[in-house]
Design a protein around this ligand. Structure first.
Ligand SMILES: Cc1ncc(COP(=O)(O)O)c(C=O)c1O
Length: 433
């Protein structure tokens, strides 16, 4: 089936609305994506027909709800080519990362151990490790990035090697939510596998897939990563559900321990001890799960799968290169992040979003004028303050895309930017008398 953003738009009811009396142009999908009718209906269907608590009931509705929970888990895990037993459903990527910190790092780090992150991380994959390092008297090492905002793989490998046996965890984003840079995660994981052989002990790798899962095909098994996290609401699913995919050995060895306790995750409770559920998916689901949101996320996964993630990626790349080309024509705009492929690479290593500085105009003013024109973008530091501080940016403006975004949306962005020019820069001075 040919990919058609125009046809896809018909599935997203919100795109029919107007803001400030203008047709909505939604270019803030990296913050949260819009939801297709199929996702909204899946949530609705659950509450209209099946709602009951899972597992604990012996009645029809409870059985149906349990089935909906398990079916949803199967579909979501399948989307990432993972086994459902490797999937822990959480509220979002942030909660998944905290789970790795409290459930793994706090039980496996020793004083002076090293956690490495990159300079481009979202606060969710930065603050969590800064805090975990503090709790465990470990060190946080921040890997350098170059002027384009890319990780320098050779330099990173040398920095990681420097820590020898002290290096225990590497946490990096798959795709930057600010520059759109796609990190060479396969290569970073391969470096860690070589280093761990040399060190004679594992180096665990966490990949933050919050911005890759919505745009790129992700195969959890072949990535050979220890932990992969994602947020449902950025990949057409509802807010309130995300996931953590975990390598089997971390689950079976008990190295990843539960970090939330209570009902549902136990096999037996005595006054002096508790035995936790042997099945990982149950062991890590304390309390009543959000079945409706899981059903919504499963519908989102089915929707993306039906489009084909290769096609989703190809469309996104077209949008990114069109936006770079059009914005690149404006002298008042300074583009953030790479605009040319790496030497020897066949395509540009960026997806999802295009951020920029408008010379002489604050990003919030840019976003406000765009909003008045019906164009919704994000301005600020996008939860990447270390990145912004490194480059001396106070705030940037970001346009980000999804399957329903079109080149016409980008044209409307450009029209909005000409309004910014009129308001803040004024007409070009006439030729001097
Ligand atoms: C790269 C990246 N990681 C993590 C997150 C956190 O996602 P959430 O707020 O859904 O937990 C975001 C959100 O913007 C992100 O872009």
């Amino acid at each position: 089936m040919a990919f058609s953003a125009r046809d896809i738009r018909a599935d997203f009811p919100i795109l029919d609305r107007r803001v400030h009396n203008q047709p909505l142009v939604y270019l803030d999908s990296a913050a949260t994506s819009q939801k297709p009718r199929q996702v909204i209906e899946a949530i609705n269907n659950y509450y209209v027909h099946h709602n009951a608590n899972v597992h604990r009931g012996v009645h029809v509705l409870s059985d149906e709800s349990t089935q909906a929970w398990q079916d949803s888990r199967q579909i979501i895990a399948g989307f990432f080519s993972a086994d459902p037993s490797q999937l822990i459903l959480t509220r979002n990527a942030t909660e998944s990362l905290n789970g790795v910190a409290y459930g793994w790092a706090d039980h496996n780090l020793e004083p002076e151990d090293v956690i490495a992150v990159t300079h481009m991380e979202h606060h969710a994959n930065f603050v969590v490790w800064q805090q975990a390092a503090k709790r465990n008297n470990a060190r946080l090492h921040v890997l350098d990035i170059d002027e384009q905002g890319r990780l320098d793989l050779e330099k990173a490998a040398a920095q990681l090697a420097h820590w020898g046996q002290r290096l225990k965890l590497v946490a990096l984003t798959h795709v930057s939510n600010t520059t759109g840079v796609v990190n060479p995660v396969e290569e970073v994981i391969a470096v860690c596998r070589r280093l761990e052989k040399k060190a004679g002990q594992p180096i665990r790798v966490v990949v933050d897939g919050a911005q890759s899962a919505p745009h790129l095909p992700v195969d959890f098994q072949s990535l050979d990563v220890d932990f992969f996290v994602f947020s449902g609401h950025k990949m057409l699913g509802p807010m309130g559900v995300g996931g953590l995919l975990v390598k089997h050995d971390l689950l079976t060895s008990g190295q990843l321990r539960p970090w939330l306790f209570g009902g549902g995750m136990i096999s037996a409770v005595f006054t002096d001890r508790t035995d936790f559920h042997p099945q990982p998916d149950e062991r890590f689901t304390a309390g009543t799960p959000d079945v409706a949101s899981a059903a919504g996320l499963a519908a989102a996964c089915r929707y993306l799968q039906a489009l084909g993630m290769d096609q989703v990626e190809a469309w996104d790349r077209q949008l990114v290169s069109y936006a770079l080309e059009r914005l690149g024509e404006l002298p008042e705009i300074e583009l953030i992040g790479p605009t040319q492929a790496r030497p020897g690479a066949v395509q540009l290593d960026r997806v999802g979003s295009v951020a920029f500085l408008y010379r002489g105009v604050h990003a919030h003013d840019v976003a406000q004028v765009l909003d008045s024109e019906g164009v919704e973008v994000r301005s600020g530091h996008h939860c990447t303050m270390p990145l912004h501080l490194k480059f001396g940016w106070q705030a940037t403006t970001r346009a980000s895309f999804q399957v329903y975004s079109t080149k016409q949306d980008i044209d409307r962005l450009l029209d909005g930017l000409s309004k910014v020019k009129q308001i803040f820069v004024g007409p070009r001075p006439a030729v001097a008398p």
